[in-house]
Unconditional design. Structure first.
Lengths: 115, 113
């Protein structure tokens, strides 16, 4: 049973480029969550998605960031025109049901470095 | 406001000793969870305690929850070097009309062999 798969594990981008982070949830999980972690910090909620729907994007910056979870394929977190402040670890988690039903299963994260 | 503040920020102990980590929060919660993160890795769920529970055990882990004081503690007994990691408490609550799992900044535990 594969866990939550994230790729790439490491991504280096120059300012102004685009970053695309992918997340395949655990088998049977239809709920996906994206969190961002700055060095020595906790995780900050960004967005919660179900298949083809954004349930809660209250933690997403209004500009440059977008997320999707299509009917087929992985969830994608897209950051356009990256800036140095976007450098962070981005974690995806999944669960079989939504909030208040138990633990989240996390991937190993995608570490974005913006030069 | 910061939800899920772990205390202390860092703890260094010897193998075999017990480690206690505390977590405080500010608003009503549905449940509280503890996660562990090894350096450079993802988070791993340790234990969940619901708002109507006071104590829970899992192996060498013991979690307490005091909703009147809005605080929780995680006790790791007979610590091992392999327990060295960052530990996060996360509170599941309603914020802005929607539910979320909100993480604290974490606490670094070092267990010296």
């Amino acid at each position: 049973n594969a866990g939550v798969m994230q790729n790439p594990r490491h991504l280096v981008r120059r300012r102004g480029q685009e970053a695309r982070l992918r997340c395949s949830p655990m088998k049977g999980h239809s709920h996906v969550y994206w969190y961002r972690q700055l060095p020595e910090e906790g995780l900050k909620f960004m967005v919660y998605l179900q298949k083809e729907n954004i349930i809660d994007e209250s933690g997403m910056p209004k500009e440059r960031f977008s997320a999707e979870f299509p009917k087929e394929g992985p969830s994608i977190l897209r950051i356009q025109q990256v800036v140095r402040g976007d450098s962070a670890a981005y974690f995806c988690a999944s669960s079989p049901q939504g909030w208040n039903t138990g633990e989240l299963f996390f991937g190993e994260g995608s570490r974005l470095t913006v030069l | 406001s910061q939800q899920g503040e772990e205390d202390p920020q860092a703890l260094s102990i010897q193998e075999g000793e017990n480690a206690t980590m505390n977590c405080s929060y500010k608003t009503s919660i549905n449940n509280l969870q503890w996660y562990r993160q090894n350096s450079g890795r993802g988070l791993v769920h340790l234990i969940l305690i619901r708002s109507n529970e006071r104590e829970k055990h899992s192996g060498r882990l013991r979690v307490t929850l005091d909703t009147s004081k809005k605080s929780s503690s995680l006790l790791i007994t007979a610590s091992r070097a392999a327990d060295t990691a960052s530990y996060f408490c996360a509170t599941e609550r309603t914020q802005g009309g929607s539910e979320k799992l909100v993480f604290g900044k974490g606490m670094k535990l070092t267990v010296n062999p």
